[in-house]
Write a protein of this length. Structure first.
Length: 298
């Protein structure tokens, strides 16, 4: 187990391994997937279905990587960075859940159609980054070798087609330590490790809405490729029966107009104690706030 390996544990780390089995949300039963309709959407559970065992959550189809070898290398790097900086101290389940959220966004028309585009969207704006570690100075700190190797393994498996079903079609999450304003407007799907996961309510959160294909053209890891501002997450995208073109950053279903990016769950805080050599987004000390930036004068 990870908490038994030197360099991958800390006091209380075994607690996270008790969370390998996600806890379904109390009201998740009424969203239990039923037999798909002709249009491919899963239906709502029938009245009284809450008394029956909860069926598996809807899942997004495995990512089918295309593009060049460089695209694969960059996608691997960006996904590993997301897993490392967002969930370095969590169990394999917690890390796979974070990786699946990133890939779910790649598959949804509302987000960019490549991995690095999703991870670093808005990172050049003070209040627009989609994952806090991309704009709070975390990237300037060194990586723990063992933890990075573990995050890289999780990223490789996810890009190879492994789907972590317990998070279903989740596209947002936040830590147990915070309660963002947008949380009540989304449908809670699971609690895994130190994170609570959510999906869009209604048709936008059904598996049938995840119609996008991997677009390749991965930008350089660490740079925002200008995929547009993120709108208020309280407004779910409108689902359409077919998506014909996504281009760079996606297109609105059926319109050909650029799609708006959807704000993610902030992950700037961490629940529980952590070792000093692992990242903890949102806890950068004041004296290191400008770490990694060019000096105005030599």
């Amino acid at each position: 187990m990870g908490f038994e390996i030197a360099g991958e544990s800390f006091p209380g780390s075994a607690f996270y391994y008790l969370e390998d089995t996600p806890v379904p949300a109390p009201d998740a039963a009424r969203f239990r997937p039923t037999r798909a309709s002709a249009g491919g959407e899963a239906g709502l559970a029938a009245p009284g279905a809450a008394d029956t065992p909860l069926a598996p959550l809807m899942s997004v189809a495995p990512l089918r990587m295309a593009g060049t070898a460089l695209d694969r290398v960059r996608a691997q790097e960006c996904l590993a960075m997301a897993v490392y900086y967002e969930a370095a101290s969590e169990s394999d389940a917690g890390q796979r859940a974070v990786a699946q959220v990133v890939l779910n966004r790649v598959a949804h028309p509302a987000w960019p159609s490549n991995v690095c585009g999703v991870v670093f969207q808005g990172s050049n704006r003070a209040t627009g980054c989609q994952f806090t570690f991309t704009c709070d100075g975390s990237l300037a700190r060194g990586r723990a070798r063992a933890a990075w190797a573990r995050a890289s393994r999780v990223a490789r498996e996810a890009l190879a087609g492994a789907v972590y079903a317990p998070v279903g079609t989740s596209t947002h999450y936040h830590t147990l330590a915070v309660h963002p304003y947008w949380a009540p407007s989304l449908q809670r799907t699971a609690v895994i490790g130190a994170h609570i996961f959510y999906r869009w309510p209604g048709a936008a959160g059904f598996a049938a809405a995840f119609t996008g294909r991997y677009g390749g053209a991965e930008p350089v890891p660490g740079r925002d490729a200008n995929y547009g501002p993120a709108p208020d997450p309280l407004h779910a995208p409108v689902a359409a029966p077919a998506i014909t073109d996504r281009g760079s950053g996606g297109f609105e279903p059926g319109t050909g107009a650029p799609a708006a990016a959807i704000a993610p769950a902030p992950a700037e805080e961490r629940a529980g104690a952590q070792p000093d050599n692992l990242p903890a987004g949102g806890t950068v000390r004041a004296q290191y706030a400008n770490s990694g930036r060019w000096k105005d004068r030599p």
